[in-house]
Each structure stands twice: as structure tokens, then as C-alpha cells.
Design a protein around this ligand. Structure first.
Ligand SMILES: C[S@@+](CC[C@H](N)C(=O)[O-])C[C@H]1O[C@@H](n2cnc3c(N)ncnc32)[C@H](O)[C@@H]1O
Length: 252
């Protein structure tokens, strides 16, 4: 192993890593895609007795779609999610003294991003650290990222589900969340999570929530909880999956 290679590995170890979302899904697409694609080329039909099933087109196109999905999910994880994070954070007019919560913070993408916009404020991340939802998903890795980004003294991580949090009413100026709430399996629990977000927001505070599905449900529950909700954007070109962002404000 050359000296240059060792230096590069040392450099990587010092770089923050915000993980790959849904790593199992990416793996399945990355393995099944090429298999289906190649199979379609070399075994275009299946003969069972008198019956011949032609599946060349179906296998080739399905394999291609799977490969593209794996590629786009990987590019999102390694590049596009940072642009998306900055776009979400730009929706808030930062003062610097906010108390911020990142719901389903994972490796700290929004938690650390928000911390960089604070002076006297504090950025807190809550998560249940599901390895199925994000690679290397541990509180230690999240704190390591905060340290590498020079934000360790402004952040805090807690192991809690957003379905039922220990935070008091009206404790946050800003609540952020990206690609988290859809992971909660039951609809009743997703609704509870949204009600929790509404409950812990201070008067005048705002929640900025991004997800690839079910955002209409989140909007409905947040509205029922008395918040003003707007759909900020539905992006198709530079996130994968395409993400919708909603902003919900609690009246002062
Ligand atoms: C796809 S990851 C996204 C992580 C991070 N927000 C990002 O954009 O990089 C979804 C995260 O939501 C977390 N999560 C899932 N259900 C949760 C719950 N009930 N409460 C808190 N976090 C949850 C997972 O553990 C995971 O870290």
C-alpha cells in the first residue's frame, strides 16, 4: 500500500460522513439491477412445456431502472443532500440564539447545519438510530461529525422517538426534519409525531419538514394543531427521491 494511499485513507477518516439513506434498498437495487439487466440480454425467454415467456424487454428495463435508482440514491446521499439541507435552512431567518431540534437527526445533517448558523443558541438532535434508515447510524457517529465540523459545543443528541418526546411544551424556536417521519410505520404514530412537533414549538416558532411522501398528512395534522402551514416546494431534479418541503408556523 503506497504512502499516498495511506494519506488519503487518513484524510477520509477525518472527514464527516452523513451516511447513505436506506442502505438496504440501495444495496438491493445495486445488486438486482445488473443481474436482471444481464439476464435479460442472455436469456431472453423461458420455455416451460409448450409455453414460452419472453421477458427480455421487461428484465432489461427493470434492471436499468433499478441501477438508476441505486445510482441516484447514492448521488443524493453523497452530494445532493447537502444542497437540500442548505435550501431548508435558508427558509428560516436566523438570529443565532434559537433553540433548534432536528427530528430523526441521523448523523446530524440538519443538526450540525443549524449549529453553524447559531451563536448563543443550541441545536439538539433526537433519533432512534435505525441502521435500516441510515448507514453507520449511531449517536457517536453524529457527535463525531459535529466535532469534525467544529460544532461539538453547540449540539446535543438524545435517544428518543418523536412519537413521544420528553420535551416540555413550547421548548423550540425551530424544528427541522428530513426524511424521518415516513419511517414511522403506523399512521396514528405519524400523526402523534406531528402533534408532538406542534406541541414543542414556541409561539412564533417554525417547523421545516421535508419528506418524499405523506407530507399532505403532516400538513393536515399540523393545521389541526393550530399551525399555519404552507407547502414550500416539490423538487424533482436535485433530490432523490424527490422531496417536498413544508413550513409550519405557530402564531405568536
Ligand atoms: C433516512 S434517515 C435521515 C437522517 C437525516 N435526517 C438526514 O437527512 O440525513 C431517517 C432517520 O429517522 C430516524 N427515525 C426513524 N423513526 C424515528 C422516530 N420515531 N423518532 C426519531 N427518529 C426516527 C432514523 O433512525 C434515521 O436516523
Amino acid at each position: 500500500m503506497g504512502l499516498m494511499h495511506l494519506r488519503r485513507m487518513e484524510g477520509d477518516a477525518q472527514r464527516p460522513d452523513y451516511g447513505v439513506d436506506a442502505p438496504g434498498v440501495v444495496r438491493v437495487f445495486a445488486i438486482a439491477g445488473p443481474i436482471l439487466f444481464i439476464w435479460g440480454w442472455f436469456k431472453p425467454a423461458l420455455h416451460i412445456g409448450d409455453f414460452t415467456w419472453h421477458f427480455r424487454g421487461m428484465f432489461i428495463s427493470t434492471g436499468f431502472v433499478f441501477m438508476m435508482q441505486a445510482l441516484l440514491m447514492y448521488v443524493y446521499a453523497k452530494r445532493w443532500k447537502f444542497k437540500h439541507r442548505d435550501r431548508m435552512l435558508a427558509l428560516h431567518a436566523w438570529r443565532g440564539d434559537e433553540r433548534v431540534l432536528d427530528v430523526g437527526c441521523g448523523l446530524g445533517l440538519l443538526m450540525v447545519g443549524a449549529a453553524k448558523r447559531l451563536t448563543t443558541g443550541r441545536s439538539i438532535g433526537v433519533d432512534i438510530w435505525s441502521g435500516k434508515d441510515l448507514s453507520n447510524n449511531t449517536p457517536q457517529h453524529a457527535l463525531r461529525n459535529a466535532t469534525l465540523e467544529g460544532m461539538a459545543d453547540r449540539v446535543e443528541v438524545r435517544t428518543e422517538s418523536i412519537v413521544e418526546t420528553s420535551f416540555a411544551d413550547a421548548s423550540f424556536d425551530v424544528v427541522l426534519s428530513n426524511l424521518c417521519i415516513h419511517n414511522i410505520p403506523k399512521r396514528t404514530d405519524r400523526d402523534r409525531a406531528c402533534r408532538e412537533i406542534a406541541r414543542i414549538l414556541k409561539p412564533g416558532g417554525e417547523a421545516i419538514i421535508s419528506d418524499f411522501q405523506k407530507t399532505a398528512d403532516y400538513s393536515r395534522v399540523l393545521r389541526e394543531a393550530g399551525l399555519n402551514v404552507e407547502r414550500v416546494c416539490k423538487r424533482w431534479t436535485d433530490t432523490f427521491p424527490p422531496l417536498t418541503v413544508i413550513r409550519a408556523r405557530r402564531r405568536s
